[in-house]
Write a protein that binds this ligand. Structure first.
Ligand code: NAD
Ligand code: WQD
Length: 340
């Protein structure tokens, strides 16, 4: 049976890919996004790919009155909550903005959900909540609490708020998804990651070098205790991630409580492996130089994703070459992102 899903941050990178998969499975989708880090064009492209309609409200999740109007006039079954600020470096410069947007924004959303008795929620958390791992691969039961920046703290605070909420009212149904490093794009090449300014993350930087927007990739350190000295991460295709949200919604149809899952592939690749695989798949050279470590970075991070497999029936399907191929198709076809 089809459901109506409200997606906050649905015009963003992961949100737009998830909206597409929701539409493909026959759900109705309402997007709430303030477009602070997104373009409405992403949703136009999703409509083009799927041939389906998306209801869009340009609104801020901090705006309780606006949210209330949306809940009042629409029968909503569940919420997927992507809206948030996510730039780690920026979060250390303007922590109050990050806490207000991410934490207060989530509280406001949950207040309105409770008011309209919509108590099914999927929340975007991050592997960053584990901080510097004491052991790998990372299991959900491993300690959290030492993220190295305000962004990470905001995610951890929200996780704790959601657990307290569920304890106070066990009728809430909440899935917390801890994403590892999303990359890739929909195979159409019509939607993808489109960061503002200089990319903070590795893959958009690589694709911008490949397309000629930047000269050289700076590799942040080659003296880590890893296979080749560069940082190791668990990169996951954004479409696999999107499909994880659909599985989470299924879980919420049957189970109340709070459930936390890692979404990763379980495989770690180094920065050099990423640059080399991308160059091989795209046929574009990726000139690079080794520079100092980036403050706050950890050596290695990858998931044990067996809980999501056992409980949700979800596993990542796409390998690294496919991730690179899809990232490249998006960037090549849209050298300036949605501005093209
Ligand atoms: P994104 O910036 O592309 O998407 C976030 C969206 O939220 C944007 O469209 C933005 O305009 C919107 N938004 C921000 N604040 C808002 C507000 N107050 N009201 C309404 N809309 C608002 O980022 P993304 O990569 O798609 O990430 C989605 C979620 O996943 C975020 O919560 C992020 O923290 C989390 N996450 C991302 C990554 C990653 O590496 N991309 C990893 C782990 C977790
Ligand atoms: C990956 C690797 C860098 C850029 C961040 C957030 C995390 C999550 C995902 C939201 C590291 C190296 C990078 C570059 C490089 N986001 N690198 N040159 O740091 O694992 O995670 O994004 O929740 O919270 O912290 O991802 O893509 O920035 O870096 O050498 O220009 O690439 O040092 O080893 P990270 P990333």
């Amino acid at each position: 049976m089809s459901s109506t899903i409200l997606v906050t941050g649905g015009a963003g990178y992961i949100g737009s890919h998830t909206v597409l998969e929701l539409l493909n499975q026959g759900d109705q989708v309402i997007v709430v996004d303030n477009l602070s880090n997104a373009s409405e064009e992403a949703l136009e492209r999703v409509k083009k790919i799927t041939g389906k309609h998306v209801v869009f409200f340009q609104a801020d999740i901090l705006d309780k009155a606006a949210l209330s109007q949306i809940f009042k006039h629409n029968q909503i079954d569940a919420v997927i909550h992507f809206a948030g600020l996510k730039a780690v470096g920026e979060s250390t410069q303007i922590p109050l903005t990050y806490y207000h947007n991410n934490v207060t924004g989530t509280i406001t959303l949950c207040q309105v959900m409770a008011e309209y008795n919509v108590k099914s929620l999927v929340f975007s958390s991050s592997a960053t909540v584990y901080g510097d791992p004491q052991a790998l691969p990372l299991l959900e039961s491993m300690p959290t609490g030492l993220p190295t920046n305000a962004y990470g703290h905001s995610k951890l605070m929200i996780e704790e708020i959601l657990r307290d909420l569920s304890e106070s009212d066990p009728s809430w149904r909440i899935v917390i998804l801890r994403y590892f490093n999303p990359i890739g794009a929909h195979e159409s090449g019509l939607i993808g990651e489109d960061p503002n300014g200089i990319p903070n993350n590795l893959m958009p930087f690589i694709t911008q070098v490949a397309v000629g927007r930047r000269d050289t990739l700076s590799i942040f350190g080659n003296d880590y205790n890893t296979k080749d000295g560069t940082g190791v991460r668990d990169y996951i295709h954004v479409v696999d991630l999107a499909l994880g949200h659909l599985k989470a919604l299924e879980k919420l149809k049957t189970d109340a409580g709070v459930f936390t899952y890692n979404l990763g592939t379980g495989v770690g690749y180094s920065v050099l492996e990423m640059a080399n695989t991308f160059a091989e798949v795209s046929g574009q050279p990726i000139p690079h130089q080794i520079v100092d470590r980036r403050p706050g970075d950890i050596a290695a991070c990858y998931a044990d994703a067996s809980a999501a497999k056992n409980d949700l029936g979800w596993t990542a399907q796409f390998d690294l070459k496919r991730m690179c191929k899809d990232s490249w198709r998006w960037q090549k076809n849209n050298p300036n992102g949605y501005k093209d």
